[in-house]
Design a protein around this ligand. Structure first.
Ligand code: FES
Ligand code: FES
Length: 152
């Protein structure tokens, strides 16, 4: 059997169990370790990736169901090793502590910046309801996102 994935600009043919969570294929077969397996239950958002442009917890998605869909990981949102707009704003706002939540946060916030350039403070908070941060607190993250929106 097997399945094919398109991740960032790369293709992968896998013969893994089709029910393998996407995050495990990303990390173990493609060596894309940005998405973090933290809760593995769809609650924390640390494993968030874009699937056909929508933020999706990759711990919940069987990899074979991603066949034929366009997957972008946090690595694909900062090509050439440069910080993207939201990453630069998070750094400038001193919004990052341990960083465990940030790959998922960045994925959700890139989606927000792309789809809602007029996003308000409440919109930003709503966009982050699927992303849990246990150490920074959300205020600096919201401020950083407002900064990124203002510098578009
Ligand atoms: S590891 Fe996927 S939502 Fe927490
Ligand atoms: S910066 Fe540590 S969990 Fe968010």
């Amino acid at each position: 059997m097997g399945f094919n994935l398109t991740v960032n600009c790369d293709r992968l043919s896998s013969v893994a169990d089709p029910a393998t969570p996407l995050i495990d294929i990303l990390r173990e077969e493609m060596h894309l370790t940005g998405a973090k397996p933290v809760c593995r239950e769809g609650f924390c958002g640390a494993c968030m990736v874009l699937v056909d442009g929508e933020p999706t917890p990759s711990c919940l998605l069987p990899a074979a169901l991603a066949d034929g869909r366009k997957i972008r990981t946090v690595e694909g949102l900062a090509p050439h090793g440069e910080l993207n707009r939201i990453q630069a704003a998070l750094e400038a706002s001193d919004a990052v502590q341990c960083g465990m939540c940030f790959p998922g946060m960045v994925v959700s916030l890139v989606h927000l910046l792309t789809t809602r350039p007029d996003a308000t403070r409440d919109d930003i908070r709503a966009a982050l309801t699927g992303n849990i941060c246990r150490c920074t607190g959300y205020e600096r993250i919201v401020e950083a996102t407002l900064l990124a929106l203002a510098t578009a």
